[in-house]
Design a protein around this ligand. Structure first.
Ligand code: PMP
Length: 310
């Protein structure tokens, strides 16, 4: 819940500082934001109730550096230091329950140049706040294919997790709400399915899970990669390929996957009921496997779960 009360400590540029004192000059929020990149990570309370487990921390940090590289900005900290900083921020705030972690990097200092120059050094911030998991709540959402499309890789690359990319998803979300849906599904500039505004998408047809390929103009979702692994473990066939919008309408199940949205079943697509309109059987098995993975019930793959030190 982004409106949750602020944390006590926030990590900023090498040290924990009191959250309320972590301010920037007003001149820092204009053009600097255009080149700002970020990550969204979750730390789940372990099944034993006693530990906090950060999910795929190194993979998220790797993507943060990749986003910065593609934006040609410089993160002046090595990955190890940001890794320690995430754990230290969670520890200092004393979290015991599910917590969202938001690291981001924005050009340092006074940026008056509209075209933020390449090579600009960034300030790095790690904010945290509590969230409530939606796993296992019956909550199939209404989705609609948007008239807004995801820009292609040579237009505004979706592979970059930059704040500026979110204006596109925002337009689509507002349109979806006007039309009585909860969330949009975006097509790419070739008219194929790409992803949701803040999550990747997959469908199930005759027992096979199909998700748009990484070259379909989407963010290379870490949850997407997780669920593909989990589905293979469950013996469910998976396909990564171009997906037509009409395949969504004929699917037995459709679901979104993302760090924030976890596994979110889709009950209607453009008003057409998907399956029985609730959580389908494959989605339900996947949701269980995902919850058991992030809470440390299932054996973790190397690097997937990092315990927050006390
Ligand atoms: N696409 C977009 C546009 C997103 O914002 C997100 C959330 N980060 C995702 C996909 C899902 O990515 P991940 O599973 O890594 O959170």
């Amino acid at each position: 819940d982004p409106s949750a009360a602020p944390a006590t400590w926030i990590w900023r540029d090498g040290a924990l500082v009191p959250w309320r004192e972590a301010t920037v000059h007003v001149t820092s929020v204009g053009h600097a934001s255009v080149a700002a990149v970020f990550e969204g990570i979750k730390a789940y309370r372990a099944v034993d109730g006693d530990r906090l487990l950060v999910f795929r921390l190194d993979d998220h940090l790797e993507r943060l550096y990749e986003s910065a590289r593609l934006c040609r900005t410089v993160i002046p900290f090595p990955p190890d230091e940001l890794r320690t900083a995430v754990l230290e921020t969670l520890r200092a705030n004393g979290y015991r329950d599910d917590t969202y972690v938001r690291p981001w990097a924005f050009p340092r200092g006074l940026i008056r140049e509209q075209m933020v120059p390449a090579g600009v050094e960034c300030e790095v911030v790690i904010d945290t706040w509590p969230f409530t998991s939606h796993l296992f709540r019956e909550r199939a959402c209404r989705a609609g294919v948007s008239t807004w499309t995801r820009p292609g890789d040579s237009q505004l690359p979706a592979r970059v997790k930059a704040f500026s990319n979110y204006h596109n998803g925002r337009l689509a979300v507002m349109e979806a709400r006007v039309n009585g849906h909860d969330w949009p599904v975006l097509l790419n500039d070739r008219g194929q399915v790409s992803e949701g505004a803040g999550a990747c998408i997959a469908l199930v047809r005759r027992g096979t899970v199909v998700t748009p390929s990484l070259t379909s103009a989407l963010l290379a979702g870490i949850t997407r990669s997780t669920v593909l692994d989990l589905l293979r473990d469950l013996g469910v066939p998976v396909e990564e390929r171009e997906v037509d919008r009409t395949e969504l309408a004929l699917a037995d199940e459709v679901f979104f996957v993302g760090t924030g949205w976890e596994v979110l079943p889709v009950g209607t697509i453009d008003g057409l009921v998907v399956g029985d309109g609730g959580t389908g059987p494959v989605t339900a098995r996947l949701e269980r496997a995902y919850a058991d993975t992030v809470r440390g019930v299932l054996p973790a793959r190397p690097g997937w779960l990092t315990e927050v030190p006390r």
